[in-house]
Design a protein around this ligand. Structure first.
Ligand SMILES: O=C(O)CCC(=O)C(=O)O
Ligand SMILES: [Fe+2]
Length: 327
């Protein structure tokens, strides 16, 4: 098995810091530079109250620490890679979590209580969790994603108003709370296998345990958690929209083997409208077209088909124009 350096041994990736409250031209400049290289950055002054983050971590932890029979009945509970749970993935991921879709976040009764089967106390805890996610946290994430995306769109991406609206939609966003159980002293275990995100932007709030790694400069480097900052990464859709000027970085999570503590993270993924046709920038970032026009819906179906057939996501390479691939 591949040698997995743990959180302490691994060299750190120096992440750029972007200040969400910076003056507009400064924000655009910082952001575009970070999206180009390394495609992942720390965001500060993001306006998410620490109290909300701490409460949500606490609620998610409480639910994920229930015994297996009870937590497995919670709506949105998964064990292993969430999007791929039913598919024959190559790697077994050492994680579990709760998945919430923004479309289901408002007024979906099947998600409003865990069916009574878990008992009143857990039902209440689950309702509080749902309320904190849908009522507060997702709204902050959507606000942040919109501000970041609009800064890029108005800058070098040069998107028109229709594209700005359809290339990022709150409706299609996904929230997940993850728990990566400590894998036992000295054991090296992947919590989440190497991948790129299919999103436009992903916003991660990790606790202080560590374990997130990014493939950069031909090797895996650690992303050190910093209190109060969230980590934002470019997803495949933004890479395509930028004609590869921005980088959707390959990343993975190593389950904690260096500490007794489990790792928790709260992740938000922003997507385009299902049927919005993604085209690269007219001229600003790169002159030629790199990808054939495709919709996010088409991309997702292709990812699922590839995983089913081979156990792995192929991703953007599937949509690359042949002439460009050969050059
Ligand atoms: O848990 C994390 O910090 C990262 C999770 C992740 O990369 C993903 O869900 O795509
Ligand atoms: Fe990811």
């Amino acid at each position: 098995m591949e040698q997995l350096a743990d959180g302490c041994e691994l060299e750190e990736l120096e992440l750029p810091t972007v200040d969400l409250e910076a003056e507009e031209s400064r924000l655009t400049e910082q952001l575009a530079a970070a999206c180009r290289d390394p495609g992942v950055f720390r965001l500060v002054n993001h306006g998410v109250p620490c109290e909300l983050t701490a409460r949500l971590f606490g609620l998610a932890r409480g639910l994920l620490e229930l015994d297996a029979a009870n937590k497995s009945r919670l709506p949105g509970y998964f064990c292993g890679t969430p999007a791929l749970a039913a598919l024959p993935v190559k790697e077994i991921n050492w994680l579990e979590g709760l998945h919430v879709e923004a479309t289901a976040a408002h007024g979906d009764r099947s998600h409003s209580s865990p069916d009574g089967a878990d008992g009143e106390a857990d039902g209440t805890a689950f309702s509080k969790f749902r309320e904190a996610v849908s009522g507060e946290y997702v709204a902050h994430m959507a606000r942040i994603a919109r501000k970041l995306f609009d800064a890029l769109a108005a800058g070098e991406l040069g998107l028109d108003s229709e594209q700005r609206a359809s290339y990022l939609t709150e409706r299609g966003s996904i929230f997940r709370a993850y728990r990566y159980p400590a894998s036992g002293a000295g054991r090296r275990q992947l919590g989440m296998e190497a991948h790129t995100d299919s999103s436009v932007l992903s916003i991660l709030n990790q606790d202080m345990v560590g374990g997130l790694q990014v493939f950069y400069g031909g090797r895996w480097l650690a992303v050190r958690p910093v209190e109060g900052a969230v980590v934002v990464n470019v997803g495949d859709m933004l890479q395509a929209m930028s004609g590869d000027a921005y980088r959707s970085p390959e990343h993975r999570v190593v389950a904690p083997g260096w500490t007794e503590a489990d790792r928790m993270s709260l992740c938000y993924f922003a997507f385009p409208e299902e049927d919005a046709v993604i085209v690269g920038p007219a001229s600003a970032c790169r002159p030629e077209e790199l990808y054939r026009a495709f919709s996010y819906g088409e991309f997702r179906e292709q990812v699922q088909a590839d995983v089913k057939a081979t156990g792995s996501k192929v991703g953007l390479a599937r949509f690359r124009l042949a002439a460009v691939t050969q050059s």
